[in-house]
Ligand binder design. Structure first.
Ligand code: HEM
Length: 272
């Protein structure tokens, strides 16, 4: 027996509705996938390039002549001065905007994440700045590390308020090729930076506080270390305070952990 025309019509229209629904679901799924892929691609893309070179800069706080990488988009700056009499240390200055007094910034001895040796700084929640060495041996959560290196704050070049942080420091025994710094024959090295506007997870006064992703930007730049020798280095270095203590969770830094790539190769963006 064949179905009545009415039943046939109802069945075919319900099939049409189902087909439209399946099409809608497929379309929404495809759009979601595209969106997720685009977001991840953007997250993983450096926002600066090794073809950006540091330029001469004079710090207003200390009067120190330095070289500086500066990202116009983010206002992240990393300045540094070297010494002709001290081959293993540099004076550094991390400066970057904060959002409601929160955020963290970092400089790394290489231009990408893989095994990078990093110094990060953030407001400690008590009116000062916390600084901590990390090593990207675990790229999801670079552990805090200790070693022969140390970071000693220079108060004359350190300011923190609701909108910005500037942290000047003596980085002792940080000029170290086993930690990844690769200075070429012209005195240049590809280094890296990273910026987040989020507070560290947990207690900001803890040097081991967890730092998440650098969603404001990151990438390589070329540090003209050879051009950064400063006559005032010793005078400013003499004002450095005692080394910042690491937390009890810090682990020994691993020599030779830095990846072979310097991070400049896949970067065509100047959007720093
Ligand atoms: C304390 C400082 C840093 C922390 C806490 C940190 C954290 C992270 C995390 C959690 C990821 C993984 C994101 C994901 O899988 O979705 C990541 C990826 C990445 N980071 Fe960092 N990072 C830091 C410093 C740096 C620095 C200085 C650079 C140098 C430019 C850098 C370059 C990269 C790159 C290229 C990626 C994506 C590719 C990869 O996973 O190797 N990071 N970072």
């Amino acid at each position: 027996m064949s179905p009545t025309p009415c039943i046939t019509k109802a069945a075919s229209s319900s099939m049409r509705i189902q087909a439209v629904r399946i099409y809608d679901i497929l379309l929404v799924t495809m759009l979601a996938c595209l969106l997720i892929t685009a977001t991840y691609a953007e997250d993983d893309e450096p926002t600066s390039s090794a073809s950006t070179f540091s330029t001469p800069f004079v710090d207003q706080g200390t009067g120190l002549a330095m070289e500086r990488f500066f990202g116009a988009r983010t206002s992240f700056g990393f300045a540094f001065a070297t010494s002709s009499s001290n081959a293993s240390s540099f004076i550094g200055q991390l400066s970057f905007p904060l959002v409601n007094g929160q955020g963290w910034g970092a400089m790394g001895l290489t231009g990408d994440m893989e095994g990078n040796f990093i110094l990060a700084a953030w407001p400690d929640g008590k009116g000062g700045v916390m600084a901590s060495f990390r090593q990207a041996t675990d790229e999801d959560n670079p552990p805090e590390v200790t070693g022969a290196f140390s970071v000693r704050p220079i108060p004359g070049g350190t300011v923190v308020n609701a909108t910005a942080l500037s942290y000047t420091f003596l980085c002792e025994n940080c000029i170290d090729s086993t930690l990844g710094l690769n200075v070429d024959a012209t005195g240049n090295a590809v280094m890296g930076w990273a910026l987040s506007e989020k507070a560290p997870l947990g207690n900001s006064a803890d040097p081991g506080a967890r730092l998440d992703f650098h969603e404001r930007g990151f990438g390589p730049f070329t540090a003209r270390l050879g051009a950064a020798a400063s006559a005032q280095f010793d005078a400013v270095a003499a004002t450095a305070l005692q080394p910042v203590a690491a937390s009890s969770n810090a682990v020994p830094a691993v020599a030779g952990a830095a990846g072979i790539g310097s991070g400049g190769e896949d970067s065509d963006s100047e959007d720093d």
